[in-house]
Design a protein. Structure first.
Lengths: 114, 112
């Protein structure tokens, strides 16, 4: 079956712009999480959605937002981009049938802010 | 901020040798998971061990968990060049839905 698909793979944006990243989870997976990975901070949790509801949010400013659609596809948006937002953004999906479940990650979107 | 620390930060071995990576964490957990990442790509789930389990095997992987010491180890036996990657431990705990807290990772290099 198809894996987690993230689009686009690469993005270059200018400071002050906004960006939208997309994630299509594995069919049947209702939980979608987003992570930011940078060399300095490592992997940091952004937020998680389940059945179109945000259940959990990490410690990121309000410029970072997301949503999930009825087909479980998710988007994240970053407004007023800063140089420090340059990172690999990873999406992960899971069946989430109980708390003990693993995640399947997409290949990520590499965002460069110039 | 990261939940845990991984040790060593980098490990270089020859093909056929065993590789051991350690992970420590700070708070109570539901489970601990190990992931592999190749060259800044997506993470691949390797194994999950629940808080009430002490050891788990999957192919050439062996994971142990000591909740009293808040630590885990990942052993890869008979390493191959294809095992070269970054390895991360991640914890899931409490009511933190969908949230994994990752360690900084161990960079493993296996020389042919």
């Amino acid at each position: 079956k198809a894996g987690v698909t993230q689009t686009p793979r690469y993005l270059i944006k200018t400071r002050g712009q906004q960006v939208t990243l997309s994630c299509s989870p594995i069919s049947g997976h209702r939980s979608v999480s987003w992570y930011q990975q940078t060399p300095g901070q490592g992997l940091q949790f952004l937020f998680e959605y389940f059945s179109e509801t945000q259940r959990n949010k990490g410690n990121f400013p309000g410029r970072f937002s997301g949503r999930q659609f009825s087909n479980s596809r998710s988007e994240m948006n970053v407004s007023t981009l800063e140089l420090g937002d340059s990172a690999l953004y990873l999406c992960a999906s899971s069946l989430a049938v109980d708390r003990n479940y693993g995640y399947t990650f997409g290949s990520g979107t590499r965002l460069t802010v110039v | 901020s990261q939940q845990g620390e991984e040790d060593p930060q980098a490990l270089s071995i020859q093909e056929g040798e065993n590789a051991t990576m350690n992970c420590s964490y700070k708070t109570s957990i539901n489970n601990l998971q190990w992931y592999r990442q190749n060259s800044g790509r997506g993470l691949v789930h390797l194994i999950l061990i629940r808080s009430n389990e002490r050891e788990k095997h999957s192919g050439r992987l062996r994971v142990t968990l000591d909740t009293s010491k808040k630590s885990s180890s990942l052993l890869i036996t008979a390493s191959r060049a294809a095992d070269t990657a970054s390895y991360f431990c991640a914890t899931a705990g409490g009511t933190s839905y969908g949230k994994l807290t990752f360690g900084q990772g161990t960079i493993l290099t296996v020389h042919p």
